[in-house]
Design a protein around this ligand. Sequence first.
Ligand code: PLP
Length: 372
Amino acid sequence: MYETFKPVNRILMGPGPANVHPKVLEALSKPTLGHLDPQFIQLMEEIKALLQYTFKTNNEHTFVISGPGSLGMEASLVNMIEEGDKIIVCVGGYFSNRMAQIAEKVGGNVVLVKENWGRAISPEKLEDALKQNPDTKIVAFVHAETSTGALSDAKTLSKIAHNYNALVIADVVTSLGAVDLFVDDWNLDVVYSCSQKGLACVAGMSPISFSNAAVQHIKNRKTKIKSWFNDFNLLEPYWFGENKRAYHHTAPANQFYALHEALSILKEEGIENSWKRHKENSNKLISRLKDELNLEPIVPTNERIPHLLAIKVPDEIDEAKVRKDLLDKFNLEIGAGLGDLAGKVWRIGLMGYNSNEKMVDYCVDSLKKALN
Ligand code: PLP
């Protein structure tokens, strides 16, 4: 006999997942509905409207992929790219590199705009690449690169891409709900996110939104979409079928209750207030880390993701030991560096429910003790 699993109540201050709001956890335990139940369809309608609010978009095709952020990434790329299409992927970290890998796997003719890890994507480099590749159909980038803590200027990158008649795919996995994001105003054609960071929800759902131009692009494809699960045309009748919804897959009903609750909580706070809260708490964390521990983010001030900091580990410190001590002695999880930054940074997140002063204090006080 196995006993009921009893996870410890960790404080999750890494790059995600972040702690889930208690009301969201409560929502998970409500009775399960079938994926075509009229009450469940009503819930889907509300989730779509709440996501339009959260993304700041009127895009009709705003919905959820039942899977993690990576599946949303794949859904965006596989629907938008046809064999041989030229796509520029701006790569300055681990997740933008994943975008490039998927773009290649689904048949794209991938051109990389390379940026140093820890820096925002240079708009000039993108413009140069577009000048050299005027046949580019799509420009893809990560808004908030979680592996490095760098926030790119999505508005400017999108404007440049559209000047050259390219459509834009933006990864907003770490940005949604936590930092300024205006999908319509910035003309982002496809955006996808996750549930486990700024939304303070459980992992495993990927909110996604397609502009009318993106939908037209998909409808005008000459070749089949190289995916079954992520085929926009097959998902559409489930999320948008008029009068009647058609089965596509068994949606994770209880997870959707959780997402609905998380989005409702965010709406009640007000998206702008949430962005402000994330900035303020981050500023407090940055000042305390600098003043009391002489620790600093690797990213220049005006290029930082407010709520996810990549902090430079001092040379003499064994970074893995500090993380282990934080976990063992303080029940606190922070993130390690990924890829080029492995062993060089700690990644500290103040996301969603965790973005508050108590967490700032707990993190700094625990780090102080672990470093002594
Ligand atoms: N894109 C970014 C910027 C991320 O930070 C992550 C995960 O942290 C992903 C994509 C992938 O999301 P998931 O782990 O939910 O598949």
